[in-house]
Structures are given as C-alpha cells and as structure tokens.
Design a protein around this ligand. Structure first.
Ligand code: ZN
Length: 67
C-alpha cells in the first residue's frame, strides 16, 4: 500500500473507498488544501460523473455503506 500525495500541494491524502453499483470507487481528499479526486476501477473520473452514478443507484449505494 503506497502513500498518496496531493498533486496540488504535496500534502497527505486521505483515501475513502466505496463500492457503487459493482464498481470500486476511491475518493482521495487532501487534508491541507481540500483538493478531492475520484477514481473508479483505477481510472480518474469527474466528480459530476460519480455523483450521477451514485444517484442512479441509490439503493445499492446505501446497502454498500451499511455493511
Ligand atoms: Zn493538497
């Protein structure tokens, strides 16, 4: 497991992993400058796309985070 660094300021990133509709999502949030990046299945995605995916599958999303 590698340490992630913020691309903007080089600070430490906090990773939050989610599973949405069968896809692995990782949100990386910088504790220094609050930059957030999202990845799905290892590829960078736009935040707008992530929100659209989550809102299109609300039941599965809630089930995933309640486990
Ligand atoms: Zn940063």
């Amino acid at each position: 497991m590698s340490t992630s660094r913020c691309e903007t300021c080089g600070g430490d990133l906090v990773e939050i992993e989610l599973t949405v509709d069968g896809s692995d999502l990782v949100m990386r949030s910088c504790s220094t400058c609050d930059t957030r990046t999202w990845r799905r299945d290892g590829e960078a995605v736009d935040l707008d796309g992530v929100i659209a995916d989550i809102s299109s599958a609300p039941t599965r999303y809630k089930r995933s985070i309640s486990n």
